[in-house]
Design a protein around this ligand. Structure first.
Ligand SMILES: *Cc1c(COP(=O)(O)O)cnc(C)c1O
Length: 443
């Protein structure tokens, strides 16, 4: 431990141990109190003074020991270098926000005019700028609304339009979205009944038509965003469903607002609405590249009905989300979009540079990255990675900043597609710290 008292045992350390209040009042410690809160800093001070009394910390070293024991930031969440090769990684918080969205968050964090019209001094439409930005990006939508996440959008639509009635859904689209949560159970949980049609692999327009009746509230078309069924399959597209004479709700998941050239099979809001969907639901933090939220776009009357339902209040987004969403929709290219646009040759060049700088037997390799986060299943993004021994995975994950890669073929691949080039040097430094003088296994 730093500052261990050299004379421990010869002088009674208890007599030289400073008082808690005196330590808390020292300038550096007081600054930490302002930043991290008194309770957290006091805990550290008490622990260090205990160590001081035991002779394990010299009285002169108390301040340094307190500062060293404090967390470096007010949140226990860490910034992580995403070298997994998964662009939208659910366990890493899905879409990283753009600098513009982060700036917007900081501005909205204080008192803000989220629900006040500063011109008139009266109550204003909550989040109208974010909603207007969303509507502007999808002119085919007559109405738009934003809730807490994609699942909330599906639940709210089901509750507002189908409670006590039937939702018709193809068996092959009964999707589990993650962590054991399933779309069909979500729909049922708000009081709608499911009417399943077709089989796991095939469904025809006729199956839908036969199921539709007086009890039908809408047809739900769910994009299988995290799996693919191959072989003898058929499904009914939105244009055909739109001929059935009942509303069609398309849960596209990924949040693409318009077609993406690299993801031709991924549905987007504009195309779905143009094809005849009455409502589209999607997540804000997948391919849209924004904060966690759920988007609802489509028929103005239906959106109004959904927005005025009592449950809508329980799914209302906060000012931070509205600020970040607006900045995402109107601001510069998002980190997700930038990642999807990276060219394999450029990624390979970055990998080569890192390998050359490492000067150790690392290897630059071509790799196959993925969109992830419930988007574009089966689409391989050609990428490049730095391959290092697999036993570096743990020390890199435990490092500062933590680096998360992926194990493949017995090696740890540090894939560059999801990593901002500005973070290449941080990645390089992290690997250098652990290689070749890396800690022994088990440490
Ligand atoms: C991701 C996804 C959801 C759930 O959205 P969350 O934002 O995670 O709540 C629902 N449906 C589909 C098709 C999805 O891909």
């Amino acid at each position: 431990m730093p500052g261990r008292a050299a004379d421990a045992g010869t002088v009674d350390p208890r007599r030289r141990t400073p008082r808690t209040d005196a330590v808390l009042a020292r300038p550096d410690v007081a600054l930490a109190v302002e930043r991290l809160g008194r309770d957290r800093v006091k805990q550290a001070v008490v622990a260090v003074l205990d160590a001081c009394r035991r002779g394990e910390v010299a009285p002169e070293a108390v301040t340094d020991a307190v500062l060293a024991a404090l967390p470096s930031s007010p949140t226990s969440l860490r910034r992580v270098l995403n070298a997994t090769g998964v662009v939208v990684h659910t366990n890493l918080g899905r879409a990283p926000l753009s600098a513009a969205a982060v700036e917007a968050l900081a501005i909205a964090a204080g008192a803000t005019d989220v629900e006040l019209d500063l011109r008139t001094g009266r109550r204003g439409g909550r989040g109208h700028a974010a909603l207007a930005a969303l509507a502007a990006r999808v002119p085919d939508a007559g109405g738009v609304h934003v809730v807490n996440n994609g699942a909330a959008a599906v639940a709210l639509v089901s509750c507002a339009l189908a409670a006590g009635r039937e939702v018709v859904i193809a068996r092959g689209e009964m999707v589990e979205i993650g962590d054991g949560f399933r779309i069909p159970e979500l729909v049922e949980s708000v009081g709608a009944r499911l009417r399943e049609v077709g089989t796991t692999n095939r469904v025809r327009l006729q199956d839908y038509a036969a199921a539709i009746g007086a009890e039908t509230a809408f047809v739900l078309k769910v994009h299988p965003s995290n799996f693919r069924v191959e072989g003898f399959t058929s499904s009914v597209d939105i244009a055909e469903l739109a001929t059935l004479g009942v509303p069609v709700v398309a849960d596209i998941g990924s949040g693409l607002l318009a077609p993406h050239p690299r993801l031709p099979d991924e549905p987007d809001a504009a195309s779905c609405l143009r094809a005849g969907a009455d409502l589209v639901t999607a997540s804000g933090d997948k391919l849209l590249g924004g904060p966690q939220c759920g988007l609802l776009l489509g028929d103005a009357g239906l959106v109004r009905q959904v927005r005025r339902h009592p449950l809508a209040r329980a799914m209302r987004v906060d000012k931070l989300t509205l600020a970040a969403l607006e900045a995402t929709l109107t601001g510069p290219v998002t980190p997700v979009a930038r990642a999807l646009a990276r060219r394999p040759a450029d990624l390979r060049q970055r990998a080569d540079r890192i390998v050359a700088a490492l000067g150790t037997p690392a290897e630059a390799v071509d790799s196959e990255a993925a969109v992830g986060g419930g988007g574009a299943p089966g689409v391989a993004l050609p990428s490049a990675a730095v391959a290092v021994p697999a036993d570096l995975a743990e020390p890199l994950r435990h490092g500062d900043p933590p680096v998360v890669g992926r194990i493949e073929g017995g090696r740890l691949l540090l894939d560059l597609v999801a990593l901002d080039p500005a973070d290449d040097d941080a990645l390089l430094a992290a690997v250098r710290r652990h290689w070749p003088t890396r800690p022994q296994a088990g440490r």
